[in-house]
Design a protein around this ligand. Sequence first.
Ligand code: EPU
Length: 359
Amino acid sequence: MQELLDAPLAPLTTFRLGGPATRLVTATTDDEVIAAVREADAADVPLLIISGGSNLVIGDKGFDGTALRIATTGFELGSATQRAEGRTHLELAAGENWSDAVARTVEAGLAGVECLAGIPGSAGATPIQNVGAYGQEVASTVTEVIAYDRRVGETVTIPGADCGFSYRHSRFKADPTRFVVLRVRFVLEDAGGLSSPVKYAELARTLGVTPGDRVPAAAARDAVLRLRAGKGMVLDPEDHDTWSAGSFFTNPILNAAEHEAFLARVADRLGADVTPPAYPAGDGLTKTSAAWLIDKAGFTKGYGTGPARISTKHTLALTNRGTATTEDLLALAREVRDGVHEAFGVTLVNEPVTVGVSL
Ligand code: EPU
């Protein structure tokens, strides 16, 4: 276990923002992770779990406690017998790079996570906010999460059905100090090298197929990577458009009355012929697009003059142009949130986790 005092955290985040941690511990095995968590809990020291750092906004003052970096490794595919039955299991250590793991499943000819290519961060983070993109979310493939339960002081195995998954949410996000994810188990499909049926309209268009069709899994992955890169959503150290946490806000989900009030505001402001994006979200709920709201409230691509600006490729990504502080980023986020609320009466909620600060 490696240990550093007064350790900079900014380099461990995709925003490259935030002050130092009093202590930074790097754990490379599950036992080291558990030992570090137990030690912090026994001493009543605040604990911050960091892995890919792709969904974290750390305050400029940093973190007064132990930051635990999960650097565990492990990629294990199920047996040939499972594969002959058309499915196979995959177990990933929490510290595995997610996008690399996706690439390996596609190389192995398996389907189920190919549309989640290019998402920054680690495997252990995927069940926490039920990572999703281009018509797939991990809720559909996670069979079990192995986690250290800080409340009972033991390692537990939680079936996928008990993870409380919904849009960008789970029981882990609802109760963020209870579980430390150690390993995630998935079930993948062997469709003879083909992808899962393509669901997302934009992806189907890019691939020249009809939603519901299958394509070679590698073709689906490549198309997703191209789409993501076009939106600045694939990390590139040279490109400030990618110094972000991906989408900064979740897409708002409105009930029938809220949706009606929203449509009235849109008609008022933009004209009766303007139709905002709307996707059914179950139980009479409608999901609309945060990117669209931001754009139409006047915060267009590239908005801002300071060191924190909206990405030039996608309005939902707030970016550090290289010299920003967390306060700069938060000021921009508040301006966008308040401007959208004033224009359309809808309150945007941040997707990344904030540490020592809030919006
Ligand atoms: N739009 C704009 N301006 C823009 C970009 C988009 O008005 O600059 C509007 C368009 O109407 C577009 C709509 O927003 O049709 C939706 O845009 P997009 O297809 O890019 O999807 P999104 O809703 O912005 C979500 C996820 C992404 C995921 C994509 C693809 C959330 C919060 N974001 O973005 O996830 O990659 O769909 O599935 O659900 C992330 O969570 O960090 C993330 C990148």
